[in-house]
Design a binder for this molecule. Structure first.
Ligand SMILES: [Zn+2]
Length: 444
């Protein structure tokens, strides 16, 4: 009999095949023979399953590896193993280091680690998870490494706990390169130590009530967060370095906001899915934006902090719990004239526009300037003095809004008095807002 062709395997090849019963990549191989062998290995605490081709036991439709305790501190290896069918490791206890690198799960099959305890480190590097993956309630007591893995279906980390470092470097939570997102659920997941999320593509991932004990040590460097939702999760101190945020009207924003913007028709559905009322959702997103703003201000990244401040104000403006006065007058006005104090140029245009419009109106309501009355009503200015008079009035209006009224000018009608008063009040307000926006733009 020939030897198994799998590198490092010294077993005899099975029947006339090239590989032993464990490595033979055939779904029709003798399941009893295969499983008797596995059972014998388990008894001997021989946990080297590297490159094995797993099939279900006879009469079963999934590969059942549930509730097994892997004893000792020996290395446990499933590296490059293949699983034909769904596979369940639910409630296993791995006492030694475990290697699940580059395992293969057959197309349309799920893999489940429900409630599993990893006592030592575990490697899931460079693994393709083709369908659903469950780490629900799993406990990672040591390092967990998912470097370069691809979750093509949704992966559930709900209620799981990472007591040590977790590495999601270049992990992709997505279906395929066409950009179809599947993502991960980190609902109520606890991260006790640091985490690397560098270059990870998170897909439609949900951080809901996620707990980061050491938020400053969770590095989201160049991480794609454009489809990530946060809820009830504090993001004030997470370490963001140039991650990809969603774009909302040209500013950086949260995917939470994109979702409520895109869901005109199905708005109610989204509120219900989140089990929150409309105003709760707006307040929560507002809080998240405030946390992000503080996060970025602490790093002196004021332009991006400004984007998140706009998001914060937008959420307040749209929140049904905000007073009507703020919702319909103050915030829309603030947005309109200075983009919530973030756009000093916009305020400058308003000031210019106000002066020109006001000066133009004064031409038809009557102003006495240097003993001469300017009043073109009811026709348009025909004489060559028209432009000069307009210039004179621009000067008068401009002086009135900086509270230096011209001594040579006097209103000759109620109309021009009203225009001047209104222009003065509005102008002073705009100048104040301009100063604020300018200061904010060039702070330290
Ligand atoms: Zn072999």
């Amino acid at each position: 009999m020939a030897e198994c062709k799998y590198e490092g395997c010294n077993r005899k090849a099975w029947k006339k095949f090239e590989y032993c019963i464990f490595h033979e990549p055939s779904k029709d191989k003798d399941a009893d023979l295969f499983w008797n062998g596995i059972d014998r290995m388990m008894k001997k605490k021989d946990y080297n399953f590297g490159g094995f081709y797993f099939i279900p036991r006879k009469g079963e439709d999934f590969i059942d590896l549930r509730e097994i305790e892997f004893y000792g501190t020996f290395n446990i290896s499933f590296s490059k193993a293949e699983f034909y069918k769904d596979v369940a490791f639910n409630f296993c206890i791995f006492n030694g280091n475990v290697n699940f690198s580059e395992i293969k799960v057959s197309k349309d099959s799920s893999i489940s680690f429900l409630g599993v305890k990893f006592k030592k480190w575990v490697h899931f590097s460079l693994t393709d998870f083709p369908k659903l993956t469950y780490f629900t309630s799993a406990v990672f007591e040591n390092k967990a490494i998912f470097l370069g893995s691809r979750f093509q279906g949704k992966v559930f980390f709900n209620d799981s706990r990472f007591l040590e470092e977790v590495d999601f470097y270049e992990t992709k939570f997505m279906r395929d390169m066409t950009g179809k997102f599947s993502g991960a659920e980190f609902e109520r997941t606890e991260f006790i130590e640091n985490g690397y999320w560098r270059n990870a593509l998170l897909g439609e991932t949900n951080f809901d009530k996620t707990f980061f004990k050491e938020p400053k040590r969770h590095k989201f460097y160049h991480t794609d967060l454009s489809k990530v939702e946060f809820y009830d999760t504090n993001i004030e101190a997470l370490d963001f370095l140039d991650p990809v945020w969603s774009k909302i009207n040209g500013r950086k924003g949260l995917y939470n906001e994109v979702l409520i913007n895109n869901s005109n028709k199905s708005k109610e559905v989204i509120w219900n899915q989140q089990l929150r009322s409309k105003d709760e959702i707006f307040s929560e997103i507002e809080t998240l934006y405030r946390q992000l703003k503080i996060n970025y201000e602490n790093k002196r990244n004021y332009p991006d902090a400004g984007d998140f401040y706009i998001g914060e104000m937008e959420m307040r403006r749209r929140n049904p719990k905000t007073s009507r006065f703020d919702r319909w007058i103050i915030l829309p006005f603030y947005k309109c004239v200075s983009n919530y104090g973030e756009d000093y140029k916009r305020t400058l245009y308003w000031i210019g526009g106000l002066i020109l419009l006001s000066a133009y109106s004064l031409m038809f309501t009557g102003m006495k300037v240097k003993e001469r009355i300017i009043d073109y009503y009811p026709s348009l200015p025909q004489n060559p003095n028209g432009l000069k008079d307009f210039g004179e009035l621009v000067n008068i209006v401009a002086r009135s809004i900086i509270l230096q009224p011209s001594a040579f000018a006097e209103s000759t009608s109620l109309g021009s008095r009203i225009i001047l008063t209104f222009t003065t009040i509005f102008g002073i307000l705009l100048i104040a807002l301009f100063t604020l926006a300018l200061r904010r733009r060039f702070r330290r």
